[in-house]
Design a protein around this ligand. Structure first.
Ligand code: FAD
Ligand code: NA7
Length: 485
């Protein structure tokens, strides 16, 4: 530790994790500075304080998802007696984009005010390590050199581009889509992780043609039965999928549209013309830009992330939280929780560590997929097929009856231990409001939820969440899991 350090804590990165840690540390009496700086995207998109979630992640994504759901609701409304003419209802991309960006600007402003009120010093500059105890930054006001007792690396990540001709020149990523000045039009989405599928889902819902290139499997890391149901539902809603394909090139046609060539697993080539090409092929951590080698902190060779036990790097006074961490969930509440707990350990005498297990999440596709705990594949791998029980059911949301919406993909699955009270290992739910359904059950899982507890729970009728209290059919029984009366 630096004996005469200017700050108790310098946080590099003013996103979910960095800001949470900075505010908590200041509340505990520490002197804290936060550096936040956004490098513009290749097409020049930039944004304000607050990090990925607020500016180019969770928040704009959820708002655009909501816009798409509302489009569907207009059609449903007619069947419920609302005298509308959906044929004459049109969506304005510009209005949606302006509304979303307006909200983001207000959050940027509130965040700045909050930092000032809480006496966290905010520096709008890119931090670079000079040595393990010193950070240098260039701001509009001039150069700054900061020394601190502790450093927190919370630099997050940015989308990657594939190494193919035209990708960087003509493609965009999730960093650009939410502020795109003109309607995206016919869009090719490369990548079938959750960002790719969510973007394809809301674009289709807003009325644009959307095609997804899947290199191998959809939603790697998620339960594959559920992932395939999500893809099937999106196909029913008009999203096209090109399986086992990778892009080869993007070029601009004479009319300004984009010609994309892609290749399947048999090396056969295909091409089509799109208005927008969106790459969602994963994200890289921003450690190189931080001159991390000068700090002595080691990064993983494959993806430049930091492998830190209890958020502490190999350099004991340098810590890391959020998306920059190796093999940890890339989720806002994870970054926030880890940041807060770390600040309490550093400045509040706490000994409580972050528990990265059983963190719930939701994929906000047209029919949402909420999940907490293990996929069926991981449960089988860990405990063996004979030792786990899978309860499952298809169900009918009450509100789907009148508009006669398809229920074929409304499905849930609970993976549990087979013996005794049957400890629940994973819960999977596809349907409307899946995140709202799974959030409560994730607290139950923290309390060691069992199948017996679930069966002893009286449901709330008529809800979709009650379906999880009605489970009784095991996959092993071979009984029909079709909707129960
Ligand atoms: P970030 O929030 O990325 O913040 C890092 C900040 O540090 C950035 O502002 C960056 O510009 C800045 N920075 C980087 N390097 C430097 C430097 N050297 N000096 C100064 N500043 C620097 N999570 C969910 O929980 N739910 C969702 O629904 C969800 N949806 C998402 C949708 C999309 C499209 C994306 C991209 C992400 C989504 N996420 C979601 C993930 C979530 O946004 C991240 O997990 C979260 O923002 C990570 O927080 P962080 O603090 O690690 O980094
Ligand atoms: P993910 O979840 O890492 O998914 C990336 C997807 O892109 C995945 O389907 C990959 O296929 C595919 N991919 C990766 N590289 C390529 C190339 N070169 N060409 C074509 N397709 C490719 O990334 P996301 O961007 O969705 O999200 C990252 C995290 O950010 C996520 O966890 C959120 O929490 C926030 P693969 O399965 O590897 O074959």
């Amino acid at each position: 530790k630096c004996a005469n350090a200017e700050y108790d804590l310098v946080v590099i990165g003013g996103g979910s994790g960095g800001l949470a840690a900075a505010k908590e540390a200041t509340a505990l009496g520490a002197k804290v500075a936060v550096l936040d700086y956004v490098t513009p995207t290749p097409i020049g998109t930039k944004w304000g304080l607050g990090g990925t979630c607020v500016n180019v992640g969770c928040i704009p994504k959820k708002l655009m998802h909501q816009a798409a759901l509302l489009g569907e609701a207009i059609h449903d409304a007619k069947t419920y007696g609302w005298e509308l003419e959906p044929e004459n209802i049109h969506h304005s991309w510009e209005s949606l984009k302006d509304a979303v960006q307006g909200h983001i600007k207000s959050v940027n402003w509130v965040t700045r005010v909050e930092l000032r009120d809480k006496k966290v010093e905010y520096i709008n500059g890119q931090g670079k390590f000079v040595d393990p105890h010193t950070i240098h930054t260039q701001t509009k006001q001039g150069e700054r050199t900061l020394t601190a007792k502790y450093f927190l690396i919370a630099v997050g990540g940015r989308p990657r581009y594939p190494d193919i001709p035209g990708a960087v020149e003509y493609g965009i990523t999730s960093d650009d889509i939410f502020s795109l000045p003109k309607p995206p039009g016919k869009t090719l989405i490369v990548g079938a992780g959750y960002i790719g599928l969510e973007c394809a889902g809301f674009l289709r819902g807003l009325g644009y043609e959307a095609t997804v290139l899947i290199r191998s499997i959809p939603l790697r890391g998620f339960d594959q039965q559920m992932a395939n149901l999500i893809v099937a539902e999106m196909e029913d809603k008009g999203v096209k999928f090109e399986h086992r394909c990778i892009p080869k090139s993007v070029e601009k046609a004479d009319d300004g549209r984009l010609k994309v060539v892609w290749q399947n697993e048999h090396s056969e080539e295909f091409s089509d013309i799109f208005d927008t090409v969106l790459f969602a092929i994963g994200r890289r951590a921003l450690t190189k830009e931080l001159d991390i080698d000068k700090s002595g902190v080691k990064v993983a060779p494959d993806n430049e992330k930091i492998d830190a036990e209890n958020e502490q790097t190999n350099v004991p006074h340098i810590f890391a939280v959020g998306d920059v961490l190796y093999k940890k969930p890339e989720l806002t509440p994870v970054a926030i929780h880890a940041g807060r707990l770390l600040a309490r350990r550093l400045f509040g005498g706490s000994t409580i560590h972050m528990d990265y297990d059983n963190v719930a999440t939701t994929v906000f596709t047209p029919l949402e997929y909420g999940v907490v705990g293990l996929s069926e594949e991981t449960a089988i791998e860990r405990f063996g097929e004979d030792n786990i029980e899978v309860y499952h059911a298809y169900y009918k949301p009450t509100e789907f009856f009148i508009p006669q919406k398809s229920i074929v993909h409304c499905y849930l699955k609970v993976v549990a231990m087979r013996e005794g009270d049957q400890k629940v290992l994973g819960m999977h739910f596809i349907g409307p409001q899946a995140g709202e359904v799974i959030q409560g059950f994730s607290a139950a899982m923290k309390c060691k939820l069992t199948i017996k507890c679930m069966m002893d729970t009286v449901g709330i009728h008529p809800t979709i969440a009650e379906e999880l209290t009605r489970i009784k059919i095991t996959r092993r029984s071979g009984l029909d899991p079709s909707p129960q009366a």
